[in-house]
Ligand binder design. Structure first.
Ligand code: G3P
Ligand code: MG
Length: 253
């Protein structure tokens, strides 16, 4: 099947520029943009009342001044949380981003995004997909959107959505499993996303030879990652795109 003409950069800011601003916030995406990064990776989940929000963890304690499981919090409660102070005083008062507000910002900044569907244990992956996919597809052009997940069932559900036949889907793995190829075929994947320390040169060749883009997470050691570029990796997710960019510039052949 056809995929959109996506122009992926070498570096994608992981959870936004998450070493410079609180992860998965509007501030982190603005910081990535200010640093010249064209694409960001962000995690999405549903609150208890069904609101889609940009958030990584199952609960809010690590990255806010509150406590509790994300599935038991309403949007009204989420709006009371300070999601910036834990990172630094400069971000005091930062609020949790709804998916809608994040998409509006990405549109304004003309940025691309890899939205990772976080299907945590016990959560309804179908409800997440059914809420998120229409919002994504109405907000962003297909060339600036990749949807990924560790949950292959959720990705299959994405593909069933109206007009989503060409949506770029990324199969997300920790170690590349033996059946990675059949999983990718089942969703007509655009890309394969892997935890880079577990990836061999042989894996990289196999994924690229099969026609998939290969994205690696989370790369914060540009020097250790250096050989992977020559092997054929497409992009690296990094918490610190500025430092990585400087490394790449100073090591251009
Ligand atoms: O999408 C790549 C990476 O974000 C997956 O791991 O836990 O950082 O969401 P995590
Ligand atoms: Mg993620």
């Amino acid at each position: 099947m056809m995929h959109p003409e996506i122009s992926l950069p070498a570096l994608i800011a992981h959870r936004g520029y998450s070493s410079a601003a609180p992860e998965n916030t509007l501030a982190a995406v603005k910081a990535a943009h200010d640093a010249g990064t064209r694409w960001v990776e962000l995690d999405v989940q549903l609150l208890g009342d069904g609101t889609a929000v940009i958030w990584h963890d199952k609960d809010v304690s690590r990255c806010s001044d509150g406590h509790g499981n994300i599935s038991r919090i309403s949007w009204a409660q989420a709006c009371q949380l300070d999601v910036g102070s834990w990172f630094g005083d400069a971000f005091r008062g930062e609020r949790m981003a709804s998916l809608k507000s994040m998409l509006a910002l990405l549109d304004t900044l003309a940025m691309g995004v890899n939205i990772e569907l976080k299907v945590n244990k016990g959560r309804d992956g179908e409800a997440l997909v059914d809420r998120v996919i229409p919002l994504l597809m109405s907000a962003l052009p297909p060339e600036r959107l990749i949807v990924s997940s560790f949950d292959i069932q959720a990705l299959k559900r994405c593909r069933q959505h109206a007009n989503a036949q060409e949506l770029a889907l990324g199969a997300l793995f920790r170690a590349l499993p033996a059946n990675w190829r059949s999983q990718c075929e089942a969703i007509d994947a655009y890309s394969v996303h892997c935890h880079w320390p577990r990836l061999s040169r042989h894996h990289v060749n196999a994924v690229r030879d099969a026609g998939y883009q290969l994205l690696c997470y989370t790369v914060n050691d540009p020097s250790a990652f250096h050989p992977y570029w020559a092997w054929g990796v497409t992009s690296a997710f990094t918490d610190d795109p500025d430092t990585f960019q400087r490394y790449l510039k100073s090591h251009q052949d």
